[in-house]
Design a protein around this ligand. Structure first.
Ligand SMILES: NC(=O)c1ccc[n+]([C@@H]2O[C@H](COP(=O)([O-])OP(=O)(O)OC[C@H]3O[C@@H](n4cnc5c(N)ncnc54)[C@H](OP(=O)(O)O)[C@@H]3O)[C@@H](O)[C@H]2O)c1
Length: 329
């Protein structure tokens, strides 16, 4: 049993880490403001405001074997490291694959891939615009002797973004499905529960170093077919190319009028083909996408959770336009 402090714990991943650790019998404290969401059952909540200069003081009266920090803000990370790192056995910082400078080259590894320039030392806040650079600054503030876990796309039940959820929701309706790019295009993601499990395991065994926290690259066609089959759904896939999608103002990756998980190639050929052998060898295990799809759909139905992407009408209109284009001489 370890005493685990999660700096966060009220968001998607932090809550999953707390749930996993508490279920394994660890003593779990989640330190946050309590604004982002609930705390996993079995975990203790401590109010902190990390934007205050001495906001973590209440945490310094207790000893922890391991800390997991999910912050996006260099100032918060610098203050946490100064207040707690020297007195804690193990430190995990949850970073992101958005720290990488090169999204085009396939097969890169965490220990050798070039990084973006960090945000300037006087920048305390991470924003949507400086996200990757701010995370590089966070990693640098954490320094040596820690686990830097660069997460890729995190998916599964309770995902607040609605990105991956688009696919189980869409596939469950069956019929002709508009699919982006080619069936052999790579996609890469991690079920939140698998990432949480690995982060808890890493804290237990004292794993340090820099790793990509993501499942192996898979082909988009296989993933969609496996999800449809797991949902007992009958679908045909109409694969639509980048030029058509861009001409019809379909967004990449996420958001309204998007096809979630689609990133145009070759610009992003490296984003979804990261080499995950090091993480796998260090204990990361991933479940079958069929289970992720079934559980995500079950959660969506039970909770009316968010789904991003094309509406039913948008998809129908796009399919009609695509078939009209193909039938033109
Ligand atoms: N989702 C993805 O696909 C994805 C992909 C790659 C990497 N990541 C990384 O994975 C991590 C995701 O973490 P997450 O899902 O747990 O959630 P998150 O939404 O990033 O959570 C941030 C946590 O920090 C807490 N927090 C924020 N400001 C605070 C403050 N001033 N004082 C105290 N606590 C504060 C929030 O709690 P309160 O608001 O309650 O205070 C929340 O628990 C992030 O590091 C992200 O960069 C995510």
């Amino acid at each position: 049993m370890i005493r685990l402090l999660i700096l966060g714990g009220s968001g998607f991943l932090g809550r999953a880490i707390a749930a996993c650790a508490a279920a394994a019998g660890h003593d779990v404290t989640c330190a946050a403001r309590g604004q982002s969401g609930s705390i996993a059952s079995g975990a203790r909540f401590v109010f902190v405001d990390r934007d205050d200069a001495d906001g973590l003081e209440s945490l310094t009266y207790r000893a922890y074997d391991a800390v997991v920090d999910v912050s996006r803000h260099p100032g918060q990370v610098r203050r946490a490291v100064a207040a707690l790192k020297g007195r804690t056995g193990h430190w995990t910082f949850v970073s992101t694959v958005s720290v990488y400078a090169d999204n085009r080259t396939p097969g890169q590894r965490a220990d050798t891939a070039p990084l973006r320039e960090p945000t300037a030392p006087q920048i305390d806040l991470g924003t949507e615009e400086n996200y990757g650079a701010a995370k590089v600054a966070c990693e640098q503030a954490v320094g040596e002797g820690a686990l830097i876990c660069r997460a890729g796309l995190i998916v599964g039940p309770e995902d607040p973004t609605g990105r991956f959820s688009y696919w189980p929701a869409r596939l469950a309706r069956g019929g002709e499905v508009l699919a982006p790019g080619m069936p052999e295009d790579a996609v890469q993601f991690i079920d939140v529960r698998d990432l949480a499990q690995w982060i808890v395991h890493a804290a237990q065994v004292g794993l340090t170093g820099v790793y990509d926290g993501i499942g192996p690259p898979r082909r988009r066609g296989e993933i969609l077919a496996e999800c449809a089959s797991a949902l007992g759904s009958w679908c045909t896939f109409t694969w639509v190319d980048r030029a058509f999608l861009e001409e019809h103002k379909v967004r990449r990756w996420a958001g309204p009028r998007s096809l979630p998980l689609w990133l145009p190639l070759p610009d992003f050929a490296g984003f979804a083909t990261r080499d995950t052998a090091p993480a796998h060898n260090a204990g990361l295990q991933v479940r079958a996408v069929a289970e992720t799809a079934r559980d995500t759909l079950g959660w969506l139905r039970a909770s009316n959770g968010p789904v991003d992407g094309l509406t039913i009408d948008e998809e129908r209109e796009l399919l009609a336009a695509w078939h009209a284009k193909l039938s033109r001489p």
